[in-house]
Design a protein around this ligand. Structure first.
Ligand SMILES: Cc1nc2c(=O)[nH]c(=O)nc-2n(C[C@H](O)[C@H](O)[C@H](O)CO)c1C
Length: 167
């Protein structure tokens, strides 16, 4: 399985608390992949994980991780299904996640993999694994190395799929 696009060594940083929120609706354990990636790059991170039934339950769970558990950033994992109603749910969940970010002035990195992004389950699994890991790397950069993200500005980065590159 193709994994990491890069490594971000972090040393001597103070302990930070990250929230991880995922769903039972999803067909792949993206949170597990992200936690593994986070720990690989920043072993001192404190990670608090919550699981909810579906994407529409993510916003309040993420807000609670920020307000009640003191998380500095949260990753929200979800897998919208292929039906029209699922797409509507996903849009509602996204809107809720944005609202939760604005209410708390804190980033919630939305990591959604739509079930119809790939036509076969094997490819969907690889996409989910890679998107989760690559967004975990983004979170590490946001927390510890924001200048690395700035160096990547405009580079056509894509999480879970090949980068498209700059124009
Ligand atoms: C139709 C539907 N589709 C999805 C989906 O594609 N992905 C997902 O994670 N959850 C879905 N749900 C469940 C809702 O997000 C939520 O869990 C329930 O409405 C309970 O609040 C629903 C109800």
């Amino acid at each position: 399985m193709e994994v990491n696009k890069g490594t971000i060594p972090i040393q001597g940083e103070k302990m930070k608390r990250i929230g991880i929120c995922d769903t039972t609706f999803a067909r792949y354990d993206m949170a597990k992949a992200a936690i593994n990636e986070l720990k690989m790059h920043a072993p001192n991170l404190e990670i608090i994980r919550r699981t909810v039934p579906g994407v529409k339950d993510l916003p309040v769970a993420c807000k609670k991780l920020i307000e009640e558990e003191g998380c500095e950033i949260v990753m929200a994992f979800g897998m919208p299904g292929p039906e029209k109603i699922d797409k509507i749910c996903a849009h509602e969940a996204s809107t809720g996640l944005i609202q939760a970010q604005l209410m708390t002035n804190t980033h919630i990195i939305e990591v959604f993999v739509h079930e119809d992004e790939e036509s076969n389950p094997k490819d969907l699994k690889i996409l989910a694994e890679n998107r989760a890991r690559e967004h975990a790397q983004n979170v590490i950069k946001m927390l510890f190395k924001p200048e690395k993200l700035t160096r990547e500005a405009g580079m056509g980065m894509r999480e879970g799929k090949p980068d498209v590159g700059p124009l």
